[in-house]
Structures are given as structure tokens and as C-alpha cells.
Design a protein around this ligand. Structure first.
Ligand code: MYA
Length: 167
């Protein structure tokens, strides 16, 4: 099924998942879609391996965590979540050096907490890992000394941004 891209989300400077100036990071891009889901696209490198040729499970957890944690920003981009629980099921080995898609959505939202689920998809669309996470909503100034400009928290568009993503 194709999902229509409505908006790209911000990247940052040094985050392991979204930092564009983190040489060892995933440099993932995040897209909000017309299905109220968030889709991450990234290319894991050799540096992200566990066994040769296989993505490290912790890295798979990191991209799932951030995709679910950012999905809350579809409805309100001023809500920041810190992960309080994360459960992952690894179903298939995840390859390196190939473009991968991760889908996340919010399943429960209350005043102080939200929950969501997500999946990492293999290039052929098969589900390689699933996750459920719970997050506490916190004001950004209680999480970190955060300055948008210093952290380069901004939407970075390239020439070939997708308008639709197959999931
Ligand atoms: C430049 C930026 C780049 C990055 C951008 C990324 C975008 C976003 C990406 C996001 C993705 C990546 C995100 C990351 O990677 S975030 C990094 C990983 N996560 C953390 O670092 C969180 C660490 N934990 C804490 O800081 C504290 O434990 C917090 C602040 C969460 C609570 O400690 P605090 O001492 O303040 O609170 P409390 O213990 O008195 O509890 C307070 C209340 O909360 C309830 N409670 C607590 N835990 C749970 C639970 N598990 N289920 C249900 N409820 C829970 C508790 O019952 C109590 O309720 P009540 O009794 O008052 O009713």
C-alpha cells in the first residue's frame, strides 16, 4: 500500500538516529503520511552491524524507538517524549547497505504518557521487527539544554524527497 507524504520532520546535528553530523549515525529521514503514520527511511552501514551483514538489534531498537517517539509530533510538534518502556520482537535478520523503511503510529495518548507501535520492513515489505513503546511527555527544557539552532533541529529537504512511500 502506498502512503502519501504530507510533511517531512526535522533532523538534528548529533542524535544517533537523526543527526546529520553524526558520522556513525543512521541519518534517518522521517515522513508524516496521510494514514496518520510516521515513516522513517534509512540506510544502515557496516558500522551498525552485529554479526557480519546483520543489523545490530540495539540499532534496530533505536530506530523503532525514535520512529514511535516522533509519531506523537504528527498531531502536535511541541510534544516531546522520553522512552520509559520499549519491547521489541526480532523476526528476521535485517540486512545492511540497503534502504529500509520503519513505520510508527500512536495507539494510546493521555495527559502525561503516550504509547505506540512500529515495524521495520525489509526491502520486499516483509516485517523484520516489531516494537511497542511507552513514553512520558516532558517539556523540552526539562529533558535537555536544547537550543534549536545549536542542535540544527530543522527540516532538511533534498532534491529527491518522496511524495509517496510504499509500505
Ligand atoms: C536534538 C534533538 C534530537 C532528538 C529528537 C528526538 C525526537 C523524539 C524522539 C523520542 C524517542 C527517543 C527518546 C529517548 O531516547 S529518551 C532516552 C531514554 N529514556 C530516558 O532517558 C528516560 C529515563 N527516565 C527518566 O528520566 C525518569 O524515569 C522519568 C522522567 C521518565 C520519570 O521520572 P520521575 O522521577 O520524574 O517520575 P517518577 O518516577 O516520580 O514518576 C512520575 C510518574 O510517572 C509514572 N511513570 C514513570 N515511569 C512509568 C512507566 N514506565 N509507565 C507508566 N508510568 C510511569 C509514575 O508512576 C509517576 O506517576 P504518578 O505516581 O505521579 O501518578
Amino acid at each position: 500500500m502506498k502512503q502519501k507524504v504530507l510533511k517531512k520532520q526535522q533532523n538534528s546535528k548529533k542524535c544517533l538516529v537523526c543527526g546529520l553530523k553524526n558520522d556513525l549515525g543512521l541519518k534517518a529521514s522521517f515522513y508524516e503520511t496521510d494514514m496518520n503514520e510516521l515513516i522513517a527511511i534509512f540506510n544502515p552501514l557496516e558500522e551498525h552491524q552485529s554479526y557480519p551483514g546483520r543489523l545490530h538489534g540495539g540499532i534496530a531498537g533505536a530506530i523503532l524507538d525514535e520512529t514511535i517517539g516522533r509519531a506523537i509530533m504528527i498531531q502536535d510538534d511541541t510534544i516531546w517524549g522520553v522512552t520509559v518502556e520499549l519491547n521489541i520482537k526480532y523476526k528476521k535478520p535485517i540486512p545492511l547497505d540497503e534502504e529500509l523503511r520503519v513505520v510508527g503510529r500512536i495507539t494510546k495518548d493521555s495527559k502525561r504518557l503516550f504509547e505506540g507501535t512500529g515495524e521495520i520492513l525489509l526491502p520486499d515489505g516483509e516485517i523484520a521487527a516489531t516494537a511497542w513503546g511507552k513514553y512520558m511527555k516532558m517539556p523540552i527544557d526539562k529533558i535537555a539544554d536544547f537550543n534549536e539552532d545549536e542542535q540544527e533541529w530543522r527540516i532538511v529537504s533534498s532534491k529527491n524527497e518522496p511524495t509517496e512511500i510504499e509500505v
